[in-house]
Ligand binder design. Structure first.
Ligand SMILES: C[S@@+](CC[C@H](N)C(=O)[O-])C[C@H]1O[C@@H](n2cnc3c(N)ncnc32)[C@H](O)[C@@H]1O
Length: 386
């Protein structure tokens, strides 16, 4: 069953052909309105004693220039272009879905005002700064080395946020936190340090403005669940699609540039993909993706239930062993451990492990709340009568 559908079309036509509330996560990285044509030439190097570049251990390499790909990134009315597309994005998002909107300093402030108007100001949850440190450095101003990613939740009171699925990063001063914490690493903040896609990495597709998998993977893991349907309607080289396929999600991708579609064809070779031209069958393609997604979700639920049952069995045997001792776990704590509907299977098992001492139990509550947002924590407390 296909897990990816790629449309070679103007995204507005595709979006308009989709039903309401049909996708669970939207990540988009629209043109940045840089005022120029974005071009990239694929460059490879081979060892050659007559080559023009000096490389590893002083050896000579010859440069081979491949295809050039690109798209026009000049708009007279950038907001006028985006507004109808963002209104459609809001409409097609599922009730617990989120939008991730990736741009840079040039237009992000205007776009935030526009998105506040469409989603409501309360739906703005975070501005993520993706900081990198690569490329030329201006000598007349502070070199701009970050992008901005706005996160909007359709419903700010209830959204997918899998805290336990977050990757961990090294502590800056591991000596201050002790070996257990240092080995585990810390959870990221709203500033994400990550290099751009390196020119000589295997990840590189040659498409101008390709974004790194690690950035997209973090968004996909934390803000969607296996079996969800994702959407990127400014797909470019298809980074979101690759991430979705690798992480057990489905994805609907759109790009109006034939070169982007050609790059995706190479990138998704070996995957079951629906290739579409224009928008007429957008809705039926989505139905096919949803069938695949339903099967994925069912398999994930079964795995989650098995893990939860194992965790319960482990908890009960630990509780009965401790029952006569002063360290017996309270029933309230036990309920919290099992009650979170949004926690994944691995999280269930690992949180259970961490809750063996009073000190770590406090941390587990925050983790199991499934959100760092005070609003979410408050809502959960109310639901539990806390
Ligand atoms: C910044 S790039 C996306 C890069 C992508 N995130 C990646 O990792 O490769 C923006 C893309 O939007 C596409 N695009 C621009 N206007 C479009 C439209 N009206 N409909 C569909 N795609 C469009 C461009 O062709 C370009 O590939």
């Amino acid at each position: 069953m296909p897990r990816l559908a790629v449309f070679h079309a103007d995204n507005l036509a595709v979006l308009r052909a989709l039903p309401d509330a049909c996708v669970d996560l939207i990540y988009i990285d629209p043109p940045f309105n840089t005022g120029r044509v974005q071009r990239r030439t694929h460059v490879a190097t081979v060892r050659d004693d007559n080559g023009d570049r000096i490389g590893f251990k002083g050896q000579l390499y010859r440069t081979i220039r491949g295809e050039t790909s690109g798209y026009d990134d000049r708009f007279d009315d950038f907001l006028g272009f985006l507004q109808p597309r963002m209104e459609e994005a809001y409409r097609i998002l599922s009730p617990e879905g989120s939008l991730f909107f990736h741009l840079d300093y040039r237009e992000i402030h205007y776009c935030k005002v526009m998105l506040d108007g469409i989603f409501g100001r309360a739906s703005f949850i975070n501005e993520i700064i993706w900081a990198y440190d690569y490329g030329a450095r201006s000598k007349t101003r502070w070199p701009a080395k970050h992008d901005n990613i706005l996160w909007y939740a359709k419903n700010p009171e209830s959204f997918t946020f899998n805290f336990d699925a977050m990757d961990r990063i090294p502590y800056m001063a591991p000596g201050l936190v002790g070996p257990r914490k240092a080995a585990l690493g810390k959870t990221p903040t709203d500033v994400w340090w990550h290099t751009i896609v390196c020119p000589n990495s295997r990840e590189k597709t040659g498409y101008a403005t390709q974004k790194p998998r690690a950035i997209i993977d973090r968004i996909v893991k934390v803000h969607s669940r296996p079996g969800d349907v994702l959407c990127d309607f400014f797909a470019g080289s298809g980074t979101l699609g690759e991430s979705a396929a690798a992480l057990g999600r489905s994805a609907l991708l759109v790009d109006s540039n034939i070169e982007a579609v050609q790059v995706m064809k190479r990138r998704f070779a070996g995957l079951d993909v629906l290739w579409r031209r224009g928008s007429p069958r957008a809705s039926s393609s989505l139905e096919l993706l949803k069938e695949a997604a339903a099967a994925d979700r069912e398999a994930f639920r079964a795995a989650e239930q098995t893990a939860a049952e194992k965790a319960w069995a482990g908890a009960e045997s630990a509780d009965s062993a401790e029952a006569d001792g002063p360290a017996a776990a309270s029933p309230q704590k036990r309920t919290r451990k099992a009650a979170s509907p949004r926690k994944d299977a691995a999280g269930a098992a690992s949180s259970r492990k961490r809750a063996t001492t009073k000190k770590t139990a406090r941390k587990t509550t925050r983790t199991e709340g499934g959100s760092a947002s005070p609003r979410m924590a408050g809502r959960r407390a109310a639901a539990k009568g806390g």
